[in-house]
Design a protein. Structure first.
Length: 322
């Protein structure tokens, strides 16, 4: 019996040594090809410059890269690769994640000489870009002050005492979609000062607009959590293809990509907590989808800022990643 136990112990030790050696070997290989925060940020700039040069060879693209722009599978050289005319200058938000070997980015650049918002995701493997995702939306007002430069908190470092771990950042960012999909502001930890911009439009904490035809009316003056509690977004059927993979502990930023579905079957639904409005009546609008990218600023376990870019797409359109 003692011999059997000794044999088992010896086997366990040898297995442990073997696994440790394998892990060390794997670690050395991955470290040699991994991209840190600075590398991912530089890679983003290299990619953007290649877009403007209309030359995919100027970026380290993998031969089998998967490239999706506005929910359409394309090839490098197509889409924004043809139209990009100037790199982002003053509006740039980087979210590098060395653990995921991915980087998220929102910026304002030029396409065919006109400003567009770009939501971007790049995935890197072995020094090569294996996935590239674009959300490209024309900027309606080139003079929009909210699209001249990012809000300071979005590009600021979070002090050590207020930082959240990467996993917690991802968890909190993912909870936003549950809160929105279920019309329940308590499902995500929104800070009282939370502000959300969508395509350069402030959609919460605005000065009170009592005319319902102006923006969101009174709903637009509410905070992030309170606005969801009103049931104002009941017309959103589902939020599909949720991908919350990227987070940066240093800046407290997390990135989510998603695909909103709107069947528009329900034209009227009850709302709560909005004076003078008991029912929201939706305009006569065709069903549509909204692929979107969100960047969340999180510190102290709460969401303080949201920057989003999204576009209208045909209802039940594919995501491009099928």
């Amino acid at each position: 019996m003692l011999r059997v136990i000794a044999g088992l112990v010896s086997f366990a030790v040898l297995a442990s040594v073997s696994l440790t050696a394998q892990a060390a070997s794997t670690g050395k290989g991955s470290a040699a090809t991994s991209c840190d925060r600075a590398c991912l940020t530089k890679l983003t700039d290299t990619y953007l410059a290649a877009l403007v040069a209309h030359d995919p060879s100027k970026a380290p693209l993998a031969s089998d890269i998967r490239f999706v722009e506005n929910v359409t599978r394309l090839k490098p050289g197509e889409g924004l690769w043809k139209t990009a005319s100037a790199v982002p200058s003053t509006f740039k938000i980087y979210v590098p994640d060395a653990i995921a070997q991915q980087v998220g980015f929102i910026g304002v650049m030029q396409a065919e000489g006109k400003p567009v918002q770009l939501g971007l995701r790049l995935k890197v493997e072995g020094g090569k870009i294996t996935e590239a995702e674009h959300i490209v939306v024309p900027v309606r007002d080139p003079n929009n002050p909210r699209l001249q430069a990012p809000r300071v908190p979005l590009v600021s470092t979070v002090p050590d005492g207020y930082r959240d771990s990467r996993n917690r950042l991802l968890h909190i960012a993912a909870s936003y979609y549950d809160a929105l999909d279920n019309n329940n502001g308590s499902l995500a930890p929104f800070a009282d000062d939370c502000v959300r911009y969508e395509n350069g439009i402030q959609t919460v904490r605005n000065p009170v607009q009592r005319d319902p035809s102006q923006g969101f009316g009174l709903a637009g003056s509410l905070g992030c959590a309170k606005q969801l509690d009103t049931n104002f977004f009941e017309y959103i059927d589902t939020i599909d293809n949720r991908r919350v993979w990227i987070a940066d502990e240093e800046t407290g930023l997390a990135v989510g990509f998603s695909h909103f579905r709107h069947s528009m079957k329900t034209r009227e639904f009850p709302v709560f907590g909005i004076p003078g409005m008991e029912v929201r009546k939706m305009p006569d609008q065709r069903p549509f989808d909204m692929p979107a990218m969100h960047v969340f600023k999180i510190w102290g376990g709460q969401i303080h800022e949201i920057e989003a870019v999204g576009l209208s797409a045909p209802y039940n359109s594919p995501t491009g990643w099928e």
